[in-house]
Design a protein around this ligand. Structure first.
Ligand code: NAD
Ligand code: DAU
Length: 347
């Protein structure tokens, strides 16, 4: 099995790559990543010399390069995670999201189609997608696999579009695919532009904790290693042409999550509980901010036996410990261009 994993130097991708390299010694794992601001070779230091692992630096939007790569390696499977992934960045630079998330996905689909030309036995294209394609929920209800797509941000619209292209290649060319749509991930190695690592970093550096709007937006949080386990199951046991929703059964209003995070940080930093909460600052809302996401993950639970393995309190505690023990990782990724991003986004 020659397996291409795209975006493997990023947050979720690095955990997926590690899991496959360690658990499937008979596979060769090729990690293709452009190393954008979100990609980091440090994330995979521990497995970089494994004999069943190769890193390839490259851009999924470079059609000539991707076609040559597929001709050379004839990948049996693809797990596609490479993407522009941050909603706030999609609001300031929507075209970058269209290019990577839509065009990049199409270029990969096309190269896979041209490699196998209909000889699809034991081949699979797995597209890792998001629950944001379903839009926003009101105060009740859950996203099911049959919920109509209704994306609101340039990020979610680009992911919805890429999902549609994956399905279209399945319908039109018979390309075997599977899609999963997951809720908010958290855990070690997440770039500190996303809520939880951004707040951890700001608490450590005594900066304000920016709460968008009234803080009553709700997300369904899943520990990243549980997502990696789900991806492994869907890749090996999922039905082709099916979609699987993946979620944590774990809804939190932002402000409640922020207070829990602040209190856990105070305990770990051995200072009076309440110290970090004083940094909470209400700021201008995100335009088009989705009110609530919540996943009905009963299909993957019933069909593939998956459920989250840790509670939120456990996962959050492991995550905070990781950031506290990896201050060098954090300071490396928050120097340079991060400072420009931060100033532009939050000033
Ligand atoms: P991330 O931003 O941490 O990592 C993305 C990776 O893709 C980086 O390593 C980056 O270098 C690489 N990349 C970006 N553009 C590329 C290009 N043109 N060519 C090659 N590589 C490129 O993202 P993440 O949070 O790990 O998300 C991974 C995937 O999972 C994305 O497709 C995202 O939409 C999806 N997803 C994320 C979450 C979440 O909560 N983070 C939830 C559900 C789904
Ligand atoms: O639902 C899955 C999605 O979750 C993934 O597809 C995306 O790649 C991932 O980025 C994430 O999107 P969100 O926009 O939900 O995540 P983010 O961490 O940016 O924000 C979580 C919530 O916190 C959201 O309601 C916005 C709010 N927020 C975020 C930041 C960065 C703040 O209030 N302040 C902040 O500074």
């Amino acid at each position: 099995m020659k397996l291409l994993i795209t975006g493997g130097a990023g947050f979720i991708g690095s955990h997926v790559v590690r899991r496959f390299v360690q658990n499937y010694p008979s596979y060769h794992i090729y990690n293709l990543d452009a190393l954008t601001y979100a990609g980091n070779m440090e994330n995979l230091k521990d497995i970089e010399n494994n004999s069943n692992y190769s890193f390839i630096k490259g851009d999924i939007t470079d059609e000539k390069f991707i076609n040559a790569l597929f001709s050379e390696h004839r990948f049996d499977g693809v797990i596609h995670l490479a993407a522009e992934s941050h909603v706030d960045r999609s609001i300031t630079d929507p075209l970058a999201f269209a290019k990577t998330n839509i065009l990049g996905t199409m270029i990969l689909l096309n190269a896979f189609k041209e490699t196998w030309k209909g000889n699809w036995s034991d081949k699979l294209f797995y597209h890792v997608s998001t629950d944001e394609v379903y839009g926003s929920l009101g105060e009740t209800g859950l996203f099911e696999e049959t919920t109509p797509y209704d994306p609101n941000s340039p990020y979610s619209a680009s992911k919805a579009s890429s999902d549609h292209f994956v399905r279209a290649y399945g319908e039109t060319y018979g390309l075997p695919y599977v899609i999963s749509n997951c809720s908010n991930n958290y855990g070690q190695n997440q770039f500190p532009e996303k809520l939880i690592p951004l707040f951890i970093n700001n608490i450590l550096t005594d900066k304000p904790l920016p709460v968008y709007g009234d803080g009553k937006y709700t997300r369904d949080w899943l520990y990243v290693l549980d997502h990696a386990i789900a991806i492994d199951l869907v890749f090996h046991k999922g039905q082709t042409t099916e979609t699987y929703n993946i979620g944590g059964f774990n809804e939190w209003q932002n402000i409640d999550l922020m207070k829990l995070l602040c209190d856990q940080m105070d305990l770990k930093l051995k200072r009076p509980v309440g110290t970090s909460q004083k940094l909470i600052t209400y700021v201008k809302d995100r335009p088009g901010h989705d009110l609530r996401y919540a996943i009905d993950a009963s299909k993957i639970n019933k069909e593939l036996g998956w459920k989250p393995s840790v509670t939120f309190e456990q996962g959050l505690s492991i995550t905070i410990d990781w950031y506290l023990n990896n201050e060098e990782w954090l300071s490396n990724v928050t120097s340079g261009s991060y400072q420009n991003y931060y100033t532009k986004q939050y000033s």
